[in-house]
Design a protein around this ligand. Structure first.
Ligand code: PEP
Ligand code: MG
Length: 963
């Protein structure tokens, strides 16, 4: 993965005002990814804000004489008309709106929209996401005319603000923030307080009448700019700050005076010099390089990881938002905050957020000061609070969804800096969707579309079996940042979390705080525990987005990442110790606490009833045991689409021994004897499954895998000897059978219907077991719908052979019992030839079920067991967009499916058609299959609710598109 890092622009050149290409400084050669500071991260989440009471003061133009700042009129507008790359927003006019997310990014589009509907938003401009793509395509060069557009936009910002960039008498300060079409919290770069240099800082001090404020902004800018744009490690600035505080014998930053901060500014500049870097005094140069840095951050490793973990594809790049600063650090009537219009963990309809008085965004997450609950604002600045409440209500009504808002209060006046649809947990998503319908804000179709299949996935994760039972083991309590139960072994770094997880160990990641570099480790963990941070810290936001339990801000916890140990209320948690987290209550619990499966009740029950009323596709399950069948019914399965009978063979030593006897039998009599012994086991399981499904269709597949899979390894001499004794044959005969059954390519070998055709007695036994089980269920008053499925058919003759056998045995059993069992005989379509011959196969088959595991394997020619060896490089090189064994390949395998559906139904119009491959529960696949006209999908029990939702969303979407 290429890492795009900025090299320090040694001796920043003059301002490239002339039209033409503006080339970015060269990339640093391969090197470590620049670690983003908490300051930079939080600033992205909570940008500071604006040019002070300066806002209202009369603008007195006082241009520097050493260069010409072009006005809008002097800019060549011809290029702008052709392809506009910069869109302004502000009080007078916004060029963008909320519908332009792809082009302006979510932040840019919503800033424009908020300005449009009259909220107080500091004016600014957005450089489009297309420009980011052009920038990278052109070797990190801004396209022709773009810089002039930026300058023209800047003029409108200056006009509204009454101050100008680089004008010491009325300096305009800017924030430069990233913002892609899909929110990627904290993953890209931001610069605040841009526009300061020695003269502008002095000018700001004079104009605001607050010298301390001006030099605080200046030292923050030097730090953030150095870190984000010039690649200077943040800790070098932090060290200087700590040194000065020690010299002044103070512990809080706020205790430093204006003179101290001036001194600090000088020391920060020394940091630049000591690394051979020159701070660009020219604000225009600062701006140009900051824009490059934000574009570069689109390709940073952490952004890449976040996109791949979250499956974010198809975006062109990030937009850049250049906006007038609003200042939250202008005293006790100022501050900065983040809030959600409803609780993002539970969905409760109540403002939820944090606020920090006299602060800029970076202070919130840096952990230096703990933010206060949003209600504090109600007490300290009731006017601003009321305005915030009103704005939240307006935004919810306008966007018809819960909003995540960033704001700054500057000297009592509220400024809105961002709004977006808030990330939420699964529980919150469902509750919000249900309540928005009850409140009359959205209709049911819209509500159904608001919950993502991934949200349901979260809700289906286990909870603690008994929350009272562990109370004696609670070690301490932190903030319940993301709900749910997590149990795992403690690890103290993201790298360890990944490594342990990949060796199959469940882990809980324990950190002082998390940063965007930790995302992979967080993803690998069952849950995340952080000593620092609030409910809106990086860990909390990211974990909630994934539905991972997370606890933050635990004052009793001390995490020593270096020595891999945490201490809490006299207890020690060492690497590898099991701990449990209750992300809903914030409890940190000793040991491995038992978990229990979730339930579909309450709001979720109501929501799922809306879902079911909308979908056309049936949702069945793949289940091999009565327990799985019962579980799946609780999740709403409407039958069994695939019961792999061979899985039952491994249920006990006795069963597998009997199966092995059947395989090594040297005569037909011996094989029949073994099969007769196997029959009661199968009958018992089938009876349990049929009962659990009480009359819903149960599709039972005949034996599929190659026989050698059931035999012991030749090296396992004890087992081979026991098998020889058991089967009454010599050990040599066992070994030679094992050898004979070995295949070069077992997946294309002696398996599927090839077994039943060669050894009809195996099919006979299985069919007898199924029908005898069905007869028993019916005789005890139960209902049955039995569908017998023949696997791995490639020709019509194969199916005909097995179908005749099935029907013969079925008739025999029904006749013996004097009972008719409703049944159908059908086949899997999992060999490409079967798809091509669907028309003739449908003459015999009463149903089709697409076995897309094998169909994908044989269509691509990728072994399903070996794809892992090359899939990573295929994904990385863009040869495949995703793993086709997880998401159906619509272009190839999908075409075969469409063809088979058409041909099959041409022969037999009422042919029942479904899918039972792994892709059957994957939302994009479900949507495709809805369009293709399948009757049902079948997936594992836990994915049933997800498939139900995906099916409903597909139905709503296609109904809308037809309107
Ligand atoms: C399939 O091939 O899609 C299928 C469901 O069968 P199996 O995975 O058992 O081969
Ligand atoms: Mg198969």
């Amino acid at each position: 993965m290429q890492k795009h890092l900025l090299h320090s622009p040694a001796g920043c050149g003059s301002l490239p005002l002339a039209a033409g290409k503006v080339v970015a400084p060269p990339l640093r050669a391969q090197g470590p990814v620049r670690r983003k500071t908490a300051a930079a991260r939080s600033a992205e989440q909570q940008p500071g804000a604006l040019s002070s009471g300066l806002l209202n003061k009369q603008f007195q133009p006082k241009l520097r004489t050493d260069r010409v700042i072009p006005s809008a009129a002097t800019v060549d507008t011809a290029t702008m008309v052709q392809s506009q790359r910069v869109y302004t927003f502000g009080k007078t006019k916004s060029q963008g709106d909320a519908s332009m997310k792809q082009l302006l990014g979510g932040k840019g589009a919503n800033l424009a929209e908020m300005s449009r509907i009259g909220l107080s938003v500091p004016p600014g401009l957005t450089i489009t996401t297309d420009t980011c793509a052009e920038f990278h395509e052109n070797g990190r060069t801004l396209p022709d005319g773009c810089w002039e557009e930026v300058l023209a936009g800047l003029r409108t910002v200056e006009a509204e603000m009454g101050c100008r960039l680089g004008d010491a008498s009325a300096p305009l300060l800017l924030s430069v923030r990233s913002g892609a079409a899909v929110s990627m919290p904290g993953m890209m770069d931001t610069v605040l307080n841009l526009g300061l240099n020695d003269t502008c800082a002095a000018g700001l001090a004079k104009r605001s009448g607050d010298e301390r404020f001006a030099y605080d902004a200046y030292r923050r800018f030097l730090d953030m700019y150095g870190d984000v744009v010039m690649g200077i490690p943040h800790h070098l600035f932090e060290d200087q700050l700590e040194r000065l505080k020690a010299e002044r014998r103070v512990s809080e930053d706020t205790a430093l005076t204006a003179a101290d901060l001036k001194l600090l500014v000088g020391r920060y500049k020394e940091v630049y010099k000591s690394l051979g870097k020159i701070f660009p005094e020219d604000p225009y140069e600062q701006l140009r390089l900051a824009i490059y840095a934000v574009f570069d951050s689109w390709q940073s490793e952490r952004a890449d990881v976040y996109r791949s973990v979250n499956g974010i594809t198809g975006l062109k790049g990030t937009a850049v938002n250049v906006q007038a600063m609003a200042f939250g650090n202008m005293g006790l009537t100022s501050g900065t905050g983040v809030c959600f219009t409803r609780n993002p963990s539970t969905g409760e309809r109540k403002l939820y957020g944090e606020y920090l008085i006299n602060a800029q965004g970076e202070d919130v997450v840096a952990g230096i000061r703990t933010p206060e609950p949003i209600e504090t604002l109600a007490r300290t600045l009731p006017g601003a609070y009321q305005q915030l409440i009103d704005n939240c209500a307006l935004l919810e009504k306008h966007y018809k969804d819960m909003q995540d808002i960033e704001f700054t209060v500057q000297e009592g006046k509220l400024y809105m800096l961002q709004c977006r649809s808030g990330k939420r947990t699964g529980a919150a998503a469902v509750r919000i969707a249900v309540e928005l319908v009850d409140e009359g804000l959205v209709d049911i179709d819209t509500a159904v579309m608001m919950v993502e299949p991934g949200h349901l996935d979260q809700l289906l994760h286990p909870q603690f079996a008994d929350e009272d039972a562990y109370k004696g083991d609670v070690l301490g309590t932190g903030l319940p940042a993301s709900p749910g139960a997590a149990v795992g072994q403690a690890v103290f770094s993201a790298e360890d979390a990944e490594a342990w997880k990949s060796s199959g160990l469940p882990v809980v990641l324990v950190r002082r705080e998390t940063s965007p570099e930790d995302v992979k480790g967080m993803y690998s963990a069952e849950g995340v525990l952080c000593q620092l941070g609030g409910m809106t810290s990086h860990a909390a936001v990211v974990a909630r987005g994934w539905g991972k339990p997370c606890i933050t801000g635990c004052p009793d916890l001390q995490v020593d990442e270096h020595n891999k140990i945490a201490r809490i209320n006299g207890h020690e948690i060492r690497q590898g110790d099991f701990i449990s987290l209750n992300g809903s209550t914030g409890e940190i619990i000793r040991g491995k606490q038992p978990l229990a499966p979730p339930e579909l009740a309450g709001d979720l029950g109501k929501f799922m009833s809306w879902v079911d009323a909308r979908r056309r596709l049936g949702v069945l399950t793949n289940a091999d045991t009565p327990e799985d069948a019962e579980e799946a019914r609780k999740f709403g399965a409407e039958g069994i689409g695939l019961c792999r009978t061979e899985h039952m063979f491994f249920a006990s030593e006795e069963r597998i021994a009997t199966v092995r006897r059947m395989i090594v039998a040297q005569t037909k009599e011996a094989r029949l004897k073994a099969l007769a012994d196997l029959l009661p086991f199968q009958r018992e399981d089938f009876e349990g499954i049929l009962k659990a499904m009480s009359g819903l269709p149960v599709t039972i597949r005949l034996l599929d895998p190659p026989l050698h899979e059931f035999l012991p390894d030749g090296e396992m001499t004890d087992v081979c000897e026991a098998l020889a004794r058991d089967a009454g044959i010599s050990v040599d005969e066992v070994y030679s059978t094992i050898e004979k059954l070995q295949e070069v390519n077992p997946m294309l070998g002696f398996r599927g219907c090839r077994l039943g055709i060669t050894y009809p007695e195996i099919t006979e036994m299985q069919v007898r077991a199924m029908f005898e089980a069905a007869v028993r269920v019916q005789q005890s008053g139960g209902a049955v719908q039995l569908d017998v499925m023949v696997p791995l058919v490639g020709t019509a003759a194969e199916l005909k052979n097995q179908e005749q056998l099935v029907r013969r045995v079925a008739e025999q059993v029904m006749k013996e019992a004097g009972v008719r069992v409703p049944h159908r005989v059908g086949t899997m379509i999992e060999v490409p030839r079967a798809a091509l011959q669907a028309g003739s196969i449908a003459k015999t088959a009463e149903f089709f079920s697409f076995g897309t595991n094998d169909l994908t394997q044989m269509t691509f020619g990728y072994s399903r067991d070996d794809i892992g060896k090359f899939l990573p490089s295929y994904l990385e090189n863009g040869i495949l967009p995703y793993d086709p064994f997880q998401v159906l390949d619509q272009e190839g395998v999908g075409e075969l499916i469409k063809f088979a559906v058409e041909r099959g139904r041409a022969t037999r119009p009422n042919l029942k058609i479904g899918i039972c491959g792994e892709q059957g529960g994957e939302p994009k696949t479900v949507a495709f299959l809805h369009e293709v006209g399948l009757d049902y999908v079948s997936c594992s029990p836990f994915r049933v609710p997800i498939a139900r939702l995906a099916a409903a969303q597909a139905a709503v979407r296609s109904a809308k598109s037809k309107k």
